[in-house]
Design a protein around this ligand. Structure first.
Ligand code: URA
Length: 428
């Protein structure tokens, strides 16, 4: 068909396990971004990459081509240290909502190009858009202005920032072609390269609620991200962190935003707060040129910014700059359903992935800002007595169905699972 890029040879080469040239990858990305590749062929290529993988060269070329499908921002060196952060995705992963304003409150500029729901994982943009009026669709100019004036911005890939990733990301979500090391690395890094920050902190998630199920797979992804980052002239630190269980206790956009706000208000701790403090500290260290173990002085500084309210003030300023009315955000009230323990014991297992999948699927049909989802009141290893609440369910009309699924997803027995570390390893 005229106008379409002849993708068959390109797809076939990867299907046979061949290695693309830089030119082939650039041609594919340009044609795909311009709407000249049939969706079925792009999907076939994604499937072939999932099977055959890509070399580091191919991954770097793909990253670079996707970043250059739009503008690449440049920043005035006089602005001071600039840093960006990203996660490879997991259930209840609300670290960006906390760490971005937290690092900005400590004096670094944070340029965060973020993503939407992907596979079974929620998206930072969707969570933020629970705030009435808030827009995550910023032009490159508006994004830059906000970073200069407020200190941080969280926006999506757009028509002028990494548009090829925006399109491919949505296709991967629709076609279950997410869990591939080169595709994740290129997607994450293309947005980071487009945002122009010279320093990147990437949170590589591992476990049942992540795309990488094993520490070996996540370590490979972390290594790939750091190496591709270096090839594209970015100083990159990757932390491999636990995502076997949901990080926050809430799953669902508005519930997660509420939980992140409770951390920013100083009222909530747990692993979400712990990891957010660590990530913000590493962002600060990196911005100051320190790439070793997290420094105690920096960790003290971010803790003070969280507990003293500076991070919350920065979050409020960011929301306001993006048109959001935080006071109009409906904080969740009483749940629509309760899942209670049928017997006393210890929570042996929570299938957070199944809960995440169900919440993401249902949310796609709900208006933005709907208070919908699941709040886990007991976590793996917690003791529970018969009749006590295991989980609260929000969502008028669908709570029954969700409660049934959550009941199946939580196993109460006799044996607490072994604890998992929060951070497994670090690269860069
Ligand atoms: N986040 C992204 O931006 N892309 C991925 O592929 C996974 C997480």
């Amino acid at each position: 068909m005229s106008g379409l890029w002849a993708a068959a040879g390109f797809v076939e080469k990867k299907r046979r396990g061949g290695e693309h040239s830089r030119e082939e990858i650039e041609d594919f990305v340009a044609a795909y971004a311009a709407g000249r590749v049939e969706e079925a062929q792009a999907t076939e290529w994604l499937r072939a990459v999932m099977q055959a993988g890509m070399s580091l060269d191919e991954t770097a070329w793909l990253t670079d081509a996707m970043a250059r499908s739009g503008r690449i921002l440049t920043w005035d060196p006089g602005l001071g240290p600039i840093v960006d952060k990203h996660s490879t995705g997991g259930v209840g992963d609300d670290v960006s909502l906390i760490a971005v304003p937290l690092a900005a409150a400590c004096g670094v500029k944070v340029t965060k190009l973020s993503g939407r729901a992907l596979g079974h994982t929620g998206g930072t943009l969707d969570k933020l858009e629970s705030i009435p009026g808030l827009s995550t669709t910023l032009t490159a100019d508006a994004f830059q202005r906000q970073v200069v004036e407020v200190g941080c911005a969280i926006a999506g890939a757009s028509t002028d920032l990494a548009p090829a990733d925006k399109k491919l990301y949505a296709l991967r979500h629709r076609t279950q072609t997410v869990a591939s090391i080169p595709l994740i690395a290129a997607s994450v890094l293309s947005k980071k390269i487009a945002g122009g920050a010279p320093n990147l902190v990437i949170d590589v998630k591992v476990g049942r609620c992540a795309f990488m199920r094993t520490v070996e797979g996540a370590t490979d992804l972390a290594r790939t991200i750091v190496e591709v980052g270096a090839r594209l002239k970015r100083t990159t630190v990757a932390l491999v962190t636990d995502m076997d269980a949901p990080l926050a206790s809430s799953i669902g956009d508005a519930l997660e935003l509420d939980e992140a706000l409770r951390v920013l208000e100083g009222g909530e701790g747990g692993r979400l707060a712990e990891l957010s403090l660590l990530v913000a500290g590493v962002m600060l260290d990196l911005a100051q040129g320190h790439t070793g173990e997290p420094r105690t002085s920096t960790q003290d500084m971010v803790r003070e910014a969280l507990l003293g309210g500076a991070a919350l003030a920065k979050f409020e300023a960011m929301v306001q700059a993006q048109g959001g009315r935080l006071a109009a955000f409906p904080r969740p009230g009483r749940p629509h359903e309760i899942v209670a323990a049928r017997a006393s014991g210890v929570v042996e297992e929570i299938d957070g992935r199944a809960i995440g999948e169900a919440v993401v699927a249902a949310q796609a049909h709900l208006p933005k800002g709907s208070v919908f989802g699941v709040r886990l009141c007991r976590r793996e290893g917690d003791e529970v007595k018969q009749g006590e609440t295991l989980a609260e369910i929000y969502g008028a009309g669908v709570a029954d169905q969700m409660a049934h699924l959550v009941r199946q997803a939580i196993r109460v027995g006799r044996q607490a699972p072994p604890p998992r570390p929060l951070v497994f390893t670090r690269f860069g």
